[in-house]
Design a protein around this ligand. Sequence first.
Ligand SMILES: [Fe+2]
Length: 366
Amino acid sequence: MKKALYYIVPVLLTLAIGALGSYIQMPSITTWYPTLTKSSLTPPAIVFPIAWTILYILMGLSIGRLVAIGDMSIVRLWLLQLLVNFLWSVTFFSLRSPLLGLITILILVVLVFAYTLYAFSIDRIAGWLFVPYLIWLLFATYLTGYIYLNNSTAYTLSAANSTKSITITAPQNSQYTMPALPYPSDALEPTMSQETIDFHYGKHLKGYLDNLNRLIVGSPFENLPLEQVVKLSDGAIFNNAAQVANHTLFFDSMTPDSTTISKRLERAIIRDFGSVEQFKQEFSAAAKSLFGSGWVWLVEDSNGNLSIVSTPNADTPIRQGLYPLLVLDVWEHAYYIDYRNRRADFIERWWDIVDWRKVDNRFVDR
Ligand SMILES: [Fe+2]
């Protein structure tokens, strides 16, 4: 019985710490994590609880085996790595800091590597029980590093599941930074050329951002999250802030990958538009008929109903208390290099590069 406790206690302890970590991670896994620029190797969110449950059990069995053999000296190192493991949940997922997450997980890798080596020197099985954990950590380190390198300077356009709004974090030192482009600049070719991206993202968006950063200094909106600036300001500050927010959503709504509409979003589209085809037709018609410059949006209201909204110039449905799921930029600069004056061709081709995963992430479905 006593021997069984050597295994049961650490397994239960790890599972308890794991459950607490998962609880902390939950909001980020559903809202923040899917919005990050990730490598294609990034596992879907459901993989995390499954993998971690297995790893925690193996982790508990490993130390249980060493304690059963009579080696207590390793317990402190085992507890320390468990603590750092938990800290990684806090730094990366709760604080949403890729840098702190990367530092924490590097420390964790060193600790786990040291434990594994020691465990092998005492008992081969105890060592092997830690190997899957070490491999998973190396993989997680790679992903954390990748996310740090690709997202650290971006404000994150978060999915709206919990807040039902576009959240762009408060600027650092009163200055907003360029959102990361979630794909290489030539990735959307031939639908959207690299030259168009270079101008649209690199010059037009950058121009709005630079203007905003210049105008915001000393204004009542200094240090506010961008969404608040969009909601509260007017004049030049509003125009530039809204254009930054609109473009951030636009560039974050496209992908070179082939994506499909999720079942739950499809059900809502059929409910509110009759069919997906009908929705696309109505959306395209709104985009084609929008006079001058502006935006066409798929939005959700506070009751979960979907509708199509057109806004002129920099205007945004956020001001009407609506929640954007998808947006198309129909300013001429969005298509003129590739399609000249053929806006209709641009609109029809654009559907090929819509990232339905992102749209689904923003959809609350209440
Ligand atoms: Fe634009």
